[in-house]
Write a protein that binds this ligand. Structure first.
Ligand code: FES
Length: 115
């Protein structure tokens, strides 16, 4: 059994597309926090013009990953350095602590996340 912290703000899978903002609001190499109406949070990243979304909270101690630094397609948690692949949610530091990734669709300059 994994000892990683349970994410209290993990978005529930509802199969619905949620519009979260315009593409120009998140420049390449940056992340943004997306707060959902149900209380869930997603970290949205722009990797060279392609958008990716994962659970927002680090599986180690829960630091918000959207506020951490992005290296290519890997976000490195600012608190203790755990590394997550933002395209898949895979935790590169501890495989069993991987996060959920969410499908992102861009339509007419709007970013939509499938939650
Ligand atoms: S909280 Fe992210 S590495 Fe510790």
């Amino acid at each position: 059994m994994s000892k990683h912290r349970e994410n209290q703000h993990k978005p529930a899978r509802a199969g619905r597309l949620v519009t979260v903002g315009k593409t120009d609001a998140v420049p390449p190499g940056r992340g943004a926090t997306v707060k959902l109406k149900d209380g869930g949070e997603v970290a949205l990243f722009n990797v060279d013009g392609k958008f990716h979304a994962i659970e927002n909270f680090c599986p180690h101690k829960g630091y918000p990953l959207a506020d951490s630094r992005l290296y290519g397609a890997t976000v490195e948690c600012d608190l203790h350095g755990w590394r997550i692949d933002v395209t898949t949610g895979e935790c590169l530091t501890k495989k069993e602590c991987s996060l959920e990734a969410y499908e992102v669709v861009v339509e007419d300059g709007w970013i939509k996340i499938l939650v």
